[in-house]
Design a protein around this ligand. Sequence first.
Ligand code: HEC
Length: 110
Amino acid sequence: MRAIVLAMVASLCLATSGKAATMPDLARKNRCTDCHAIDKKIIGPAWMDVSKKYRDDAGAEIRLIQKVSKGGSGIWGDMPMPANDPGGRKQEDIKSLVEFVLGLSKGLSD
Ligand code: HEC
């Protein structure tokens, strides 16, 4: 667990220092990487695009935690995202991942 947290912190530092961010281990562990990449659409939207969309949206973190946990569709297209935490046992992971996504666009000027 500690190693995972450290990896998250390391990738957050990379994301905010202007270097190309890479998917955190937590995203691999939770299989987000099956459908998402940072800078290109796979099945789901690029996480950088998600980050830019919600950059000025103070309520986004809470809503995205819900959405990632329970799944949903209609924001980026018709393809639904399945529930990633239907049992509510991975909320800490989901929160860290949403914070990582939202942090990707911090400090960008466009
Ligand atoms: C089976 C494919 C799949 C997996 C696995 C998946 N996603 Fe998604 N994700 C999608 C799709 C498709 C969308 C677009 C949904 C929409 O248009 O509303 C999406 C949208 C999102 C969004 C934006 C939601 C919005 O309302 O704008 C976030 C944030 C996100 N995913 C994070 C994650 C995280 C974190 C994980 C891993 C815990 C994950 N996703 C796993 C397919 C997936």
